[in-house]
Design a protein around this ligand. Structure first.
Ligand SMILES: O=c1[nH]c(=O)c2[nH]c(=O)[nH]c2[nH]1
Length: 296
């Protein structure tokens, strides 16, 4: 006899833009985000018995995403995600958990003739600021914040040697290589009792995001990297220190390879080892290295 093991549903890819207008200065500030909202609870019969009486339509969920963006600040995204998730728990007694994901896209203010422009912005990269909120009657508000899609490269200051060498190995050891990755980094907050507790910490979210971003870039640049594994662990350690309210920090990093090109066949051109200047960036395969670090 089959039985429903788990179920959640909702609206994904809801694109939201909000503008904040300062009427006295004329300065406008914009936020663009993509929101996913999935609900869990006493919804089994909608699957097993075609009982739609327990279904809040995904169209209504989409409407609610817009309405809560109008009613509440959308910055920081941790606060907006918390208000949105809490709404579903408060409004529908049979909904026990709301899973909210907010992806904030970059709109950076333009500098025109040396001055910040009041209402013009540009997209300075595919990096996003991400938040996942799990809001439940049992567990309060669990928040995970992160940075995704920050592409970085260092042209030296990275080595990889002393790894397992056996009958499967062809990779030469290197003491000087290119290191490049797309940063996917996250830090999980200790649970909050409710939206009031999230509001009480509101300043910490931007501070934590700035710290994590600075730590990621500074460590990437300054560390004489022995491996992606070791460099990312050092980043996690520092995030846990900079954000005392966090209970874990994690990274998922592709190792985007740049291969040397042997050009010696052409007039004896030297382009390997210390003479390497022209490389072939690889689209795949790539390494993929992950870790999560918690407090002991
Ligand atoms: O930093 C690295 N870690 C690895 O595990 C690995 N494996 C590999 O082939 N190159 C690298 N680089």
């Amino acid at each position: 006899m089959p039985s429903l093991a788990s179920a959640r549903y909702g609206k994904d890819n809801v694109r939201v833009y909000k503008v904040q207008k300062d009427e006295t200065t004329g300065v406008q500030t914009v936020t663009e985000m993509t929101v996913c909202c999935l609900l869990e609870g006493a919804i089994e019969t909608s699957y097993t018995e075609a009982d739609n009486s327990v279904v809040v339509a995904t169209d209504s969920i989409k409407n609610t995403i817009y309405i809560k963006a109008k009613e509440h600040p959308v910055n920081p995204p941790e606060l907006y995600a918390s208000y949105l998730g809490q709404h579903f728990i408060d409004r529908y007694p049979h909904i026990s958990t709301a899973h909210i994901k907010v992806v904030v896209h970059r709109w950076t203010r333009m500098t025109v003739d040396g001055a910040p422009h009041p209402h013009s912005f540009f997209r300075d990269g595919q990096e996003t600021r991400n938040v996942e909120a799990t809001v439940s009657r049992a567990g309060g508000i669990e928040l995970k914040s992160g940075i995704v899609g920050l592409t970085v490269l260092k042209s030296t200051g990275s080595a990889f040697h002393s790894f397992v060498r056996d009958e499967y190995t062809t990779l030469p050891e290197t003491w000087d290589r290119i290191l490049s990755t797309d940063v996917d980094c996250a830090w999980a907050w200790k649970p909050f009792a409710g939206t009031a507790a999230v509001l009480a910490s509101v300043e910490r979210f931007d501070q934590a995001w700035e710290s994590a971003r600075d730590i990621t870039m500074k460590t990437f640049a300054l560390d004489e990297s022995a491996s992606v594994q070791n460099t990312m662990y050092k980043m996690c350690e520092q995030i846990l220190e900079a954000v005392p309210e966090s209970e874990s920090a994690s990274y998922s990093l592709p190792n985007k390879h740049y291969f040397e090109v042997d050009l010696s066949w052409h007039k004896g051109l030297k382009n390997t080892g210390k003479d390497a200047e022209v490389y072939a960036p690889q689209s795949g395969p790539n390494g993929l290295i992950k870790c999560e670090v918690v407090r002991s």
